[in-house]
Design a protein. Sequence first.
Length: 235
Amino acid sequence: MLEVNEINVFYGDLQVLWNVSFRVDKGETVAILGPNGAGKTTLCRTIVGELVPRTGSITFLGKRIDGLSIPEIIKLGISIVPEGRGLFGNMTVKENLELGAYVSKTRKNINDILEWVFALFPILKERQNQLTSSMSGGEQQMLAIARALMSRPVLLILDEPSFGLAPKIILKVYELIKKIRDEGITVLLVEQYADYALENSDKALVLEHGRVVIEGPSEKLLNDIRVRRAYLGEE
């Protein structure tokens, strides 16, 4: 579904990603792990067209997408929940959701898609007329994920979905991610918390200083001594 091939990405003259390659197959959940500053968010921004790799390529469903605009990429079926959520606090839950359905194909069926999203997130249906700013952090994260689903993507990118959340709420978020996968949506999961990500993905890669340093099946990485020491706090 998605193939990232040896991309090198810069901010001006500063190189942030070096020869990053990986692939995501249909129906998979793929985790990208790494510490702060590893280049994870830069990678997300590059896939959705906010940044353009200087060299290398990104292919989605057989089509080159590096160099396409963000709206063009979203129309092809990619959606992202950015780090920090990017919600509009002075708007209601429903208004935030409606903003996610700006792709023409979803605008025509917005009521059906809203009902689909409300079935996945019943609490949002209850709170649809509530101001977003009055919701808890966990509820806002659910809303950010639900808004990304309003464009009916085939690939959903989640950038740090557990950021700033209590462990109990993180578990709820990951339950929702499982539901999303059960709906047939492929997931690219970017996380600092290796245990949550590896337990809920098929394969994973570790980014450090903009380079892929470890990759493989998630179960294998979960038992990798380097990952356990660096990300799971084991001696």
